[in-house]
Design a protein around this ligand. Sequence first.
Ligand code: PEP
Ligand code: MG
Length: 602
Amino acid sequence: MTPSGNNNLNGKTAGQPTTLYGIGASPGITVGKILVLRRHTRKAGWYHLAPENIDNEVNRFMLAIDQAEQELVHLRSHLAEDLSDALSIIDSHVLMVRDRMIVDRTVEIINNRNINAEWALAKSLGRIKKKFNDIEDPYIRERYSDVKHVADRVFGILSGREGDPFADVDDQVIVVAYDFSPEDALRLRSENVLGFVAEKGGVTSHTAIVARSLGIPAVLGVEQITRKCATGDTMMLDGHSGKVFLNPVPDQILQYQEYSRQYKAFSDDIGFYIHLSSETMDGFRVRLAANIETLDELQTVQQFGAEGIGLFRSEFDYFHRQKAPDEELFFQAYKTLISTLAPLPVTIRTLDVGGDKFVEHLPTNGLRLDLERNPALGLRSIRYSLKEPDLFIMQLRAMLRASVYGNLRILFPMISSLDELERVKQLVNSVKDQLRDEGIPLDPGVEMGIMIEVPSAVMMADSLAQGVDYFSIGTNDMIQYSLAIDRGNEHVAHMYDPLNPAVIRMVKKTIDAGHARGIEVSVCGEMAGDVMTVPVLLGLGADELSMRPSALPFVKRLLRKSCTSKLSDLGEKILRCEDGAEVRAYLNSYLPKNYPEEFNRP
Ligand code: PEP
Ligand code: MG
């Protein structure tokens, strides 16, 4: 990448105030001059090699791999330990640079086709991209960008790199480029970089995660931004809303500077909430817990003051492994999780594969879960576990063995009938008996709960409540199944509405059914970490909200500014609304009035 001058501007927005929209990837507001970095597209030229040069070419490629690895290790060694998110991303890149998909395949292509390393690398990357494109889960699909960033580094080394693109960042600027790798984002950590904007990337990209951990405001996914502005233009960016203002007028800047001041006071203050108790102004306690997918997130759970884990999505442990894991591996993982947080509760959900989550090496008796005609309604989740009892029993054994190390709660996903719950409970009881017979200790009081995320479970909630210790409402799926909107289908994404009264009423029915039978009701879907929907869930009577760890202080702050009588009024009012727009309109007026610091935004 090199800085570009004004001559690259196509003139469309020259001098004109223009607002562009991207994805708010890292919060914060900043105004400054732009520096556009253009990455010269490195065309991977093709050339044929004489047979006697093949070994040299493989050698040249392997040396480039070595150098890329050394650069990443060097970069990592200069990172402060408190940047844990950034550290684990760089660690994963260090591992990736030697991944078989990149190295072995490229060497194979050089050898078999007698072609140069750059071209061979481009070929293997194309193949990897194709594989990622076929993955339905958007989070995993997006991980292709990491492979690409690592391969780009190797490309740069092979084809003789341009000078340091960031060397020219000597004035305070907002840096604009087509794409930034997580390592680029780390290198932008200087006082001179006010923020950055890119055409590529999404909120879950690792570049966004690094930007957040460094506290650099960033907006990603702004179409054609490198063409719409030029070095030296003025830009204001709001890394929260994802808005980018080119050539903003003085009034806009003033308004945003005031908002920025408020936001800074708000963010400085947020850390203070981590150690306060989770209760409303009138002393009503609601447990705020964390949703995590891997053990690496344990540190963040503690850092953000979670009162336990409300959802451990255990299937992610399978994604990372090359083969089906064994009981011992799971036992060790669960033991670490449970003992680290003891005496806080740790809710481990049994496998929720199928739907949009496929794991290659799981047994399926010949059935390809990814080829199911309608996977969300197919052999997903608890249905899969009941069909593959050996695997299910292995997971239950690992959990129950780990139960003696703290406060385990087991959670069963996607239960849709009493009969299904009965079959699950019978299996649990037989596993308990098995362990006792083997003389293996377990906690006899482990709580068993179910996720309520299917309409039939909502309708049967009062009966189901008699057989379990708690409910956990999975609003992500409850929305999908109640509104008949595939969570991953972009054509109907606009209809996926958490504020649809059908969803709100289902949540209420579930909470009431649980309370009538004296059990706790938690909410662990995305709604539980969204400050717009949190007051609604509280108003409907949720006992626990479980969310991504970084949302915890914001939700706690909201909770501590709430009082129960007002929340119940809000709940009642919302339950009377008849469509999503009406709910939204009500909240748009209610929230800024009751939580002015959080919701009075320009
Ligand atoms: C949910 O459905 O709301 C939930 C928390 O589970 P998942 O997102 O893993 O399906
Ligand atoms: Mg779910």
